[in-house]
Design a binder for this molecule. Structure first.
Ligand SMILES: Nc1ncnc2c1ncn2[C@@H]1O[C@H](COP(=O)(O)OP(=O)(O)OP(=O)(O)O)[C@@H](O)[C@H]1O
Ligand SMILES: [Mg+2]
Length: 299
């Protein structure tokens, strides 16, 4: 990153007393979800390939944690395993200290691709999970309208998904996931398909919702600004196989706003994440040498 030397940023590990106190409070809260020594192998043409190797981390109640890492490092696989949409090879996922073995309403998911049912109205989409859970039609409709109100879409309740913009459809997807009252919301690049302006609005919406309700969020993104802006902590994975590289505590105080994108704490954290994800040319050259030595057998 080409930043002037004169910028003189603080170390990303430096925390103001307020931020430090906020982290002490966060770490004092119970762990909602714990990923313990997770291993995942996928079959390939040449046999089994290790995708995730001994990945461990935990997320506290009401925490906002992002996961970043190079493409293919296994981010989606980690949260698909948490949701039990994928089996694990070894290790355990604990939700409130109990191993998870099947998908459940306690883990809501929002994906990058719009996943609303096109044949159902916005309201019926949000009611869907509630009706599957045998809530009466009257209660499901009331709850759905309340959630649509929270995401600012109550007036659109009777429209169909195709009549909404991409950002609005993602807000409905968030309302649908939250309506089931999950303990954890798992979000896989939910704003990845949106234009920059809509994306910025959605980030602000999500922070507002997260501040309003009792929810723990795990959020995958490729966008470092988004990770720093939204998160308490950022889990950085490295690839081949996917491993935990670092858990970074974001020293930017809350409440947050877009004006903080240029604050010294914000920039120093973003630069650190950038360095973890894209090591300097010098280090990459060393990696390349090691790979070549292994490949050729040269000392
Ligand atoms: N069902 C599957 N069968 C075989 N290999 C798979 C399967 N699903 C994922 N993989 C492989 O596992 C690795 C991790 O995939 P994953 O989708 O979790 O990565 P990611 O970090 O989410 O990538 P991206 O940032 O591109 O979304 C990739 O090499 C992928 O090809
Ligand atoms: Mg992915």
């Amino acid at each position: 990153m080409n930043l002037p030397d004169t910028l003189n940023l603080p170390d990303y590990r430096e925390q103001s007393p307020e931020v430090k106190a906020a982290f002490d409070r966060l770490k004092g809260r119970p762990e909602v979800i714990r990923v313990d020594h997770l291993v995942k192998d996928f079959p390939t043409d040449d046999g089994m390939r290790r995708i995730l190797d001994d990945v461990s981390f935990s997320v506290h109640k009401r925490e906002f944690m992002s996961i970043i890492g190079p493409s293919g490092c296994g981010k989606s696989t980690v949260i698909r395993i948490m949701a039990c949409l994928e089996e694990l090879t070894d290790g355990v996922i604990l939700l409130d200290d109990k191993p998870v073995t099947e998908p459940g309403a306690d883990r809501g998911m929002v994906f990058q691709k719009y996943t609303l049912f096109p044949w159902l109205t916005v309201k019926k989409n949000v009611m869907f999970g509630l009706e599957v859970a045998h809530m009466s039609n009257f209660d499901a409709e009331r709850d759905a309208l309340q959630w649509l109100d929270i995401v600012g879409l109550e007036p659109y309740a009777d429209l169909y998904p195709a009549q909404l913009s991409g950002g609005m459809q993602q807000r409905v997807a968030i309302a649908r996931a939250l309506a089931n009252k999950p303990k954890v919301l798992l979000m896989d690049e939910p704003f990845g398909a949106l234009d920059a302006q809509t994306r910025a609005k959605m980030q602000a919406y999500l922070l507002q919702i997260w501040e309003k309700i009792d929810i723990t969020i795990i959020f995958i993104t490729h966008d470092l600004d988004e990770a720093v802006y939204l998160s308490d902590r950022v889990l950085v994975l490295k690839a081949n196989p996917g491993k935990v590289q670092e858990m970074v505590e974001v020293p930017v105080p809350r409440p947050r706003g877009p004006e903080q994108f240029l604050s010294p704490q914000f920039l120093s954290t973003k630069i650190h994440l950038e360095e973890l994800i894209h090591p300097s040319a010098e280090e990459s050259k060393d990696d390349f040498k090691v790979v070549n030595m292994v490949a050729t057998g040269d000392p």
